[in-house]
Design a protein around this ligand. Sequence first.
Ligand code: HPA
Ligand code: ZN
Length: 323
Amino acid sequence: MEFPLTRPLLKAEIHCHIEGAATPVLAASQAGKYGVDTTDFLRDGAYVWNDFSEFLVCYDRVAALFRTDADYALLTESYLTELAEANTIYSEIIVSPDHGDRIGLGADAYLSGICEGIRRAHEKTGIEARIIVTGERHFGPGRVIAAAEYAARSQNPLVTGFNMAGEERMGRVADYARAFDIARDAGLGLTIHAGEVCGPFSVIDALDLVRPSRLGHGVRAVEDPQLVARLRDLGTVLEVCPGSNIALNVYPDFHHHPLRRLHQAGVRVCLNSDDPPFFHTSLEREYEIASSVMGFSVAEINTMTSTAIEAAFVDEATRQRLL
Ligand code: HPA
Ligand code: ZN
C-alpha cells in the first residue's frame, strides 16, 4: 500500500508590517539605488538596533529607502512571494500612509504600489492579501486620526482594516479613540497593538475604548487572570508574534513565552511574523518553533491557521474558500 504524501501545513498571517518585511538584501539594494549611507542601521547584512525605541528608529530609516510606487510594489511582491513559497495562503499587510507621506511619495502612490505588489503576487502564486491601514502612535493622535480618515475614504477594496502600531508607551488609548470611531463607522475591521511593551492595563484600555475583534500581540494579558477570562469570553483573537516578543526581550526565550498558556486558557490565538527580518524570523520559522520548541501538535497549529482566517478582515466568500 502506498502512503499518501504528507501535505505541508498551510499557513496564514494577519500581522506583518510592510516596511518590516524588507530584507536587508533588498534594503541594501535600495540604498545603493538612492546613494544612502546605511552604516548606522544596517551592518553585516543585519539591521542594527538594541531596544524597542531603537527598533522604531531603524524601521523608519529602512522605510525611507522605499521612495516610489514601484519600490513598494517590489517590496510587497517579494514578501508575498516568499510567503507563498512557504505554503502561505493569506496575509494581512499593515501599511502606514505616513511613511509614504514622509518620503514625499504621498499616501495614494504608496498604497497603489502596495496593491500592485499584491496583484502580481496573487497572479503568480494565488496568495490572497488584504491591507490594514495603521497610524503610528508615536507620530501623535493627529496623524493617527488622519490615517483613519484616509482609510475611511479610500474606497480601495483591498483596504479592509485599521490598526494603531508604534510606541505603546506614548499617551493613553483614549487619546486615539476617535481614530477608531472613524474607522469603525467606515465599516473597517479594528485591531490595535497592545499588551506587548505595556502590561495588562494597555489591553484593558484597548478593549474598553476601541472594542477591537483582534489585538496586535496582547500577550501580556497573561499577567491578569481576569483579563485572560475576558478575552476568552469575548473571543478576541490575539495576533501573536513570538519571535518579535523574544527579539524585543519581552520574554527571555520561547520556553517562557505565554502562547501555550493563553491557548490552554481558551483564548483564540494565531501565529504572525510582525517585522520578520528585523526580528530574525519568518512566518515559516514561527510555525516551526511553535511545533518543535513550544510543542504544539499539527492539529493545534492548524487551528491557529484557521483562527487567523476566521479573524481575517476579508469578505465571506474569500474566507470560506480559504477555510
Ligand atoms: N511594533 C510596533 N510598531 C511598529 C512595528 C512593530 O513591530 N513595526 C512598525 N511599527
Ligand atoms: Zn506589529
